[in-house]
Design a protein around this ligand. Structure first.
Ligand code: URA
Ligand code: SF4
Length: 225
């Protein structure tokens, strides 16, 4: 894989095609669609959420429900759109429980996260972002450190094998469950963390002093950072 010099879009499409038929964990039995991820794979910024919800499962696209609308709003406030970043999740199929005949989302189990990790590993290895934003505690525990305390450690910078800079922010679904001042405060923290991530990309670029030619397909998003 690493010595493969095909364009990264092609490599990613190949991994996606394999993920689409994955049956490595029991979530495969209840999913409608595998939600692999989308956006600009040449972006220096990757956002990683928890897992698909109802709308995502129905459409096969990440963050298209209410949490997605809030993420779009926060991205816009941070001067970005979805086309400037790549968005995916730590698990690619919806985790839910049936309650009174209705499916309710639940956090993925550690076994499900482990089973799905090779897909995320492949994505991040191909994309090689400069900065990763983890949304919520399961993503942060998976990509930053185990026992991550989202309330204490969000907004702090870490590093991992996939990116020089990794930050965790509050998950939009969590923010939607808050009211009044708590809602405002948590939403502001998400916007702040996204702004910090955008600034961090610029800072790393300056440090690395990369004046590499920009491929035409990446040109629009590159101007942002
Ligand atoms: N919440 C997530 O964590 N991911 C999605 O794709 C949608 C909602
Ligand atoms: Fe495969 Fe991940 Fe879906 Fe489980 S959640 S079936 S590991 S793609």
């Amino acid at each position: 894989m690493l010595s493969d010099d095909r364009p990264l879009e092609e490599l990613l499409a190949e991994v996606e095609a394999r993920a689409k038929v994955c049956v490595a964990c029991p979530l495969s039995q209840t999913r409608t669609n595998v939600v692999f991820g989308e956006g600009n794979p040449r972006s220096p910024l990757v956002i990683v959420g928890e897992g698909p919800g109802e709308q995502e499962d129905a459409t096969g696209r990440p963050f298209v429900g209410r949490a997605g609308a809030l993420l779009d709003k926060a991205l816009r406030e941070a001067g970005m759109t979805r086309r400037h970043v790549y968005i995916c999740n730590i698990v690619k199929c919806r985790a839910c429980v049936i309650e009174n005949g209705r499916a309710r989302n639940r956090p993925p189990t550690q076994d499900e996260i482990n089973a799905c990790f090779p897909w995320l590993d492949a994505q991040l290895t191909i994309i090689k972002p400069l900065v990763i934003v983890c949304l919520g505690s399961p993503a942060a525990s998976t990509l930053i450190h185990k026992n991550f305390k989202i309330m204490q450690e969000r907004g702090l910078w870490f590093s991992n094998r996939y990116a020089l800079a990794v930050i965790a922010a509050l998950h939009p679904a969590y923010i939607l469950r808050q009211a009044g001042e708590a809602y405002e405060k948590s939403y502001r923290s998400l916007v702040e963390d996204l702004i910090a991530a955008r600034e961090k990309v610029k800072e790393i670029r300056r440090l690395l002093d990369t004046q590499q030619p920009i491929p035409p397909e990446g040109e629009e998003q590159m101007r942002l950072f």
